[in-house]
Write a protein that binds this ligand. Structure first.
Ligand SMILES: NC(=O)c1ccc[n+]([C@@H]2O[C@H](COP(=O)([O-])OP(=O)(O)OC[C@H]3O[C@@H](n4cnc5c(N)ncnc54)[C@H](OP(=O)(O)O)[C@@H]3O)[C@@H](O)[C@H]2O)c1
Length: 263
């Protein structure tokens, strides 16, 4: 049975990915900090998918704590079996102007979104390499592709994942490990509900009315991309164009934005 490890599996996109894999008879291990949220997520998945509690391992863990990540991931693999697919959805965002952001808040974004992802991948990577198989899906964000007003910490941490994923993919392909990255647009999750309360008007204007995705739709695309061993998922034509032609287009986009905002 395929074993899928999902950080941030107690809520939003991670929880929706877990549901999709349980519906395909995989076993899942869900990671998050709050034991209460993990238990609620497991109860919900059992009732929605009809799978048993034995198929859903939950582990309370803060991905920023490297030593704890290594210990917990190795305990999970000893218990459930090697990790075949890793989805790194644990993340946070708290928009605010750069000069209102404390050093600690900036660091928390980088520690969670970038370093937390690196810690979890490094915990399963050696095993995947030894088995010469494994799939890793890194969840970045549309904000990893363009600078947004009020998102210095989030954009820095999510765009750093792009460089990390690309470099790791260059290495990992020799070892039979696929590294993918995805760039979800606004997705209807508890994180987005909190984020929207703080999103500055400038960012609203820049993001525009791109529409809201459901976590199920994002999860379906993630699972399909993993099936196809696709390296990147952009979800919308705009994000695809931004990723492919951003180097040329972004100076014009920023210019247009500053002009129209001044008006
Ligand atoms: N929603 C969107 O519009 C959107 C768009 C683009 C990208 N994303 C990205 O997609 C990912 C999932 O977001 P979501 O919207 O589904 O958020 P969500 O519903 O708030 O879920 C976040 C999950 O991450 C866990 N988490 C947060 N910090 C953690 C830590 N330090 N250690 C372990 N687990 C941690 C949370 O559980 P605990 O709080 O209990 O730890 C929760 O399970 C994030 O990386 C987010 O940046 C979201």
């Amino acid at each position: 049975m395929v074993h899928v490890v999902i950080t941030g599996g107690s809520s939003g996109i991670g929880l929706a990915v877990a549901r999709q894999y349980l519906e395909r008879a995989a076993r899942v291990s869900l990671i998050g900090r709050s034991q209460e949220r993990l238990e609620a997520a497991r109860a919900r998945l059992i009732s929605e998918t009809g799978r048993s509690a034995d198929d859903i391992l939950i582990a309370s863990l803060d991905v920023t704590d490297d030593a704890a990540v290594q210990a917990v991931l190795s305990a999970i693999e000893a218990d459930v079996g090697p990790c075949d697919i890793l989805v790194t959805a644990a993340g946070l965002v708290s928009p605010m102007p750069f000069d209102a952001l404390t050093g600690a808040q900036f660091k928390r974004h980088v520690d969670t979104n970038l370093n937390g992802t690196v810690h979890v991948i490094s915990a399963v990577y050696a095993g995947m390499k030894a088995r010469r198989q494994g799939q890793i899906m890194i969840i970045s964000s549309g904000a990893g592709l363009i600078g947004l007003h009020g998102y210095t910490a989030y954009c820095a941490s999510k765009s750093a994942l792009v460089g990390f994923a690309e470099a790791l993919r260059v290495e990992s392909r020799w070892h039979g490990i696929d590294v993918s990255i995805c760039f979800p647009p606004d997705t209807d999750t508890p994180q987005l509900a909190d984020e929207l309360k703080l999103r500055p008007a400038e960012a609203v204007a820049m993001i525009g009315r791109a529409g809201l995705w459901s976590s199920e739709a994002v999860a379906r695309r993630i699972v399909r991309a993993l099936d196809r061993r696709q390296a990147e998922i952009f979800f919308t034509p705009t994000l695809y164009l931004l990723a492919r032609f951003g180097g040329v287009a972004k100076p014009w986009i920023y210019r247009w934005f500053h002009r129209s905002w001044r008006r």
